[in-house]
Design a protein around this ligand. Structure first.
Ligand code: G6P
Length: 472
């Protein structure tokens, strides 16, 4: 295995199994992959991650100029570390306990053991003095494990989801270990300024370390201190890629075809989410159903397209959520559909990027009603795709994107009356106002794309490294 100067460690590898392709792999569709791939290719980087299926033992291999280092998870690891601690403890706890987190000691033990395996794999592939960039809540212990094994490394960690208020975080029986785990990094990145603030507060309250502005003083085993930077680096999308797709004739034709197949309604509303209880899908359906019931909207004029892509389907809360959503969709459609028109076109499927852009182009109103969301990249994708400066983004103030996209119609998704009014305002908004708002939104997304995000983060890491070398 060749050693790498830049190593990304993430729960998932950037590829999915694809038995139809020659290599047997294809790029997984996430934004992170698109963001980091060019950087990784340039740096001859390595990516450590799980190939996404239990019991798949693979040797490291190269894919599109990046060295992939698979970490195998057994069926039991998947159950305890991924479905259990990551997605039934940390995920609900960090998303404001919208669902009740479950604290199981056996899940924690598996989380420690699997984090150790990721750290070992990263330590093995990292060259002397390399930079290692750990991603997200599944791997919060890796930074410290890596620092202990390899003090020569520069270590970054980016937290893609919210960091909760201290009163919630304090529920975690392993709160100190998690904080210590993260503080193994030189730079800890968050989506929002508020997340970084909550993290610093947790560090003060639980560990009594000194924090000032974005800096945290962490004691070292030799009796000194080490400075850690904990700061907001809001993630973004590859805006140019969306702009190019939105210009493509075939994709524009597909958008027209979608409108046609929905019976050319006057307005199309769109929701695109992983099927997750953090996304506020039920709140959105409730508001829309009530507007039909009140007669403020008519099924002949307006259709809601809801894409809900399958996610974490073996975790109880997700099984239950799917049932609830499908019951609601069935009720609304049963009450309001006609032979020619449907109220909600519900799609429990995942689509390639081309089809998503066609949907964005077809949609007059994009509904992002998350109860809590680290960033919400769908909001940014919609905006980037709207070359015509038309369309309205309705955006929850509880999504990280709200910090940057202030020209959207901001809503509190818990306030169903307010959501209904915002939907009506969006449906009736004159094109002049649509254009004014959309231009401001597009400017922001174009000026801060995902390349800026990774550059800003890696620059901050580089500065921390330089400071350390200065002191040494
Ligand atoms: C969120 C998390 C990611 C995760 C993704 C999909 O965006 O921040 O870390 O990869 O959801 O979830 P999954 O459990 O399928 O990886």
């Amino acid at each position: 295995m060749t050693k790498a100067d830049l190593v990304v460690v993430a729960n998932r590898l950037p590829v999915d199994r694809d038995d139809d392709s020659e290599s047997g792999w294809r790029h997984s569709p996430g934004g992170l992959v698109a963001a980091l791939e060019p950087v990784m290719r340039k740096a001859d980087g390595a990516w450590v991650g799980w190939p996404g299926k239990p019991d798949l033992e693979l040797d490291p291999f190269e894919f599109d100029g990046v060295q992939l280092v698979p970490v195998a998870l057994t069926a039991e690891d998947v159950e305890l570390y991924y479905e259990g601690f990551s997605n039934d403890t940390i995920w609900p706890l960090y998303h404001d306990v919208i669902a009740a987190p479950r604290f199981r000691r056996a899940w924690w033990d598996a989380y420690v053991a699997v984090n150790r395996r990721f750290a070992d794999a990263a330590a093995e592939v990292a060259a002397d003095g390399a930079t290692v960039w750990v991603q997200d809540y599944q791997l919060q212990l890796v930074p410290r494990m890596l620092r202990e094994a390899r003090p020569d490394l520069t270590i970054g960690y980016f937290h893609h989801i919210p960091f909760p208020a201290h009163s919630l975080f304090a529920q975690l029986p392993w709160r100190r270990q998690v904080l210590e785990g993260l503080l193994g990094a030189d730079v800890i990145g968050f989506q929002r300024v508020a997340d970084a603030g909550e993290f610093a507060r947790a560090v003060r309250r639980q560990l009594h370390y000194e924090t000032r502005a974005s800096g945290i003083r962490v004691p070292t085993p030799t009796g000194g201190t080490r400075r850690v930077l904990a700061k907001a680096f809001p993630i973004s999308i590859d805006a140019d890629a969306y702009i190019q797709l939105a210009q493509r004739e075939d994709i524009r034709a597909r958008a027209a075809e979608i409108r046609e197949s929905l019976g050319n309604p006057r307005k199309i509303l769109l929701g695109v989410d992983r099927l997750d209880y953090t996304k506020g899908i039920q709140h959105r359906l409730k508001a829309f159903g009530e507007l039909l019931e009140d007669g403020r909207l008519a099924v002949e004029d307006v259709t809601l397209v809801q894409v809900a892509s399958p996610s974490r389907e073996r975790v109880d809360a997700y099984v239950q959520l799917r049932d609830e959503i499908e019951l609601m969709v069935g009720r609304v459609n049963g009450d309001f559909d006609t032979m020619d028109h449907t109220a909600i076109r519900y799609l429990h499927q995942a689509y390639p990027r081309e089809e998503m852009v066609a949907l964005y182009l077809a949609a007059d109103v994009m509904l992002v009603t998350a109860l809590r969301d680290g960033m919400n990249l769908v909001a940014k994708e919609y905006v980037a795709s709207r070359l015509d400066n038309r369309g309205v983004l309705v955006l929850s103030e509880f999504a990280g994107a709200a910090d940057e996209l202030g020209s959207a119609l901001l809503i509190n998704p818990h306030d169903i009356g307010g959501v209904k009014d915002a939907i009506m305002r969006a449906v009736e908004m004159p094109v002049g106002e649509q254009a004014r708002r959309m231009r401001a939104l597009r400017r922001r997304v174009r000026e801060h794309d995902v390349e800026d995000w990774s550059r800003d983060f890696l620059d901050a890491l580089g500065q921390m490294r330089a400071q350390r070398e200065d002191i040494a």
